[in-house]
Design a protein around this ligand. Structure first.
Ligand code: HEC
Ligand code: HEC
Length: 253
């Protein structure tokens, strides 16, 4: 009696723990996905960037998104039967090149995706987020949530209005909380292309002394030529914090 009671209470605990954990995975995965958006777009009208659009990637054969020039080994993996599931995707992210080598049994296999995500929980979370996106995209009736997840903020004003509305006081720019928050985003995101860690030649070395804060805001919010727009990834407040970091004395381009 005592024994069966304790077993059923264990079940109760496990069941209770599973559902909230799932919800959290998707939310945490949405955050992790910010590491991907430099190269990957998602959502109904996603475009190919440095990497292929990831709309509906769960359930898709590897290397088949229309209009993207994949590496030949990822295409070969798709031809061999690789279909992206949450599990496969999480595994791939740990080390895309090694994953392809193992999958194809070819030690010379390579990939155009140089990014690795080592942390296991983050990989599972971002895979759960992509799967949830997929469900939202495939839902019979288009729901608000599909757009909501892809767009952090939908400003009521036009892009130009938002840019024109920015003012930067000395107090805002020198607030250590703003500088710190902006710095975190810089190293999570911008250093894919800018700075000493980036592939050479990917993007110009920034010369912050030459920029007005409003110029930095405009470039980051709206993008310019090969510089991606970040307005759908970061809120206006977050982009203002990036500006504070770029204009701060501790910024290292
Ligand atoms: C620095 C750019 C870059 C970053 C950052 C990046 N990727 Fe990629 N990704 C690529 C490229 C390029 C490819 C195409 C690989 C190839 O053709 O060999 C790719 C391919 C993929 C594929 C295979 C898609 C398909 O159609 O078969 C998946 C899935 C993927 N990436 C997921 C992610 C996720 C999730 C993240 C963030 C955790 C991420 N990537 C971050 C550049 C990137
Ligand atoms: C996918 C690569 C990429 C990423 C990621 C990226 N940038 Fe850029 N950025 C560029 C390129 C390329 C240019 C040059 C565009 C041009 O003028 O042709 C540029 C230009 C800029 C400029 C204007 C520089 C000038 O002298 O005109 C600023 C400011 C800037 N980026 C800030 C950022 C910040 C802040 C982030 C992170 C939120 C970021 N960039 C992320 C590629 C990137």
């Amino acid at each position: 009696m005592l024994r069966s009671l304790s077993i059923s209470s264990i079940f109760a605990v496990v069941t209770l723990a599973v559902f909230p954990a799932y919800a959290q995975d998707v939310a945490a995965g949405e955050k992790t996905f910010k590491k991907c958006v430099a190269c990957h777009d998602i959502g109904a009208d996603a475009k190919n960037k440095v990497g292929p659009a990831l709309t509906g990637v769960i359930g898709r054969t590897a290397g088949t998104y229309a209009g993207f020039k994949y590496g030949s080994d990822l295409v070969a993996a798709g031809e061999k039967g690789l279909v992206w599931t949450e599990e496969k995707l999480a595994e791939y992210l740990e080390d895309p090149k090694q994953f392809l080598r193992d999958y194809l049994g070819d030690t010379g296999a390579s990939t155009k995706m140089s990014f690795k995500l080592k942390e296991e929980t983050a990989r599972a979370d971002v895979a759960a987020f992509l799967a949830a996106q997929h469900e939202a995209t495939n839902a019979p009736a288009p729901s608000d949530t599909a757009g909501e997840v892809a767009k952090v903020e939908e400003p009521a004003m036009s892009v130009e209005d938002v840019i024109a509305a920015q003012e930067f006081s000395e107090a805002f720019l020198s607030d250590p909380a703003n500088v710190e928050a902006g710095k975190e985003i810089w190293f999570a995101q911008c250093t894919h292309c800018h700075g000493f860690k980036a592939y050479p030649g990917k993007a110009p070395k920034l010369k912050p002394a030459k920029y007005k804060p409003t110029f930095v805001f405009k470039r980051v919010y709206k993008g310019f030529k090969k510089m991606p727009a970040w307005k759908d990834t970061y809120s206006v407040d977050e982009i203002r914090q990036i500006v504070a970091y770029v204009k701060s004395p501790e910024f290292s381009p």
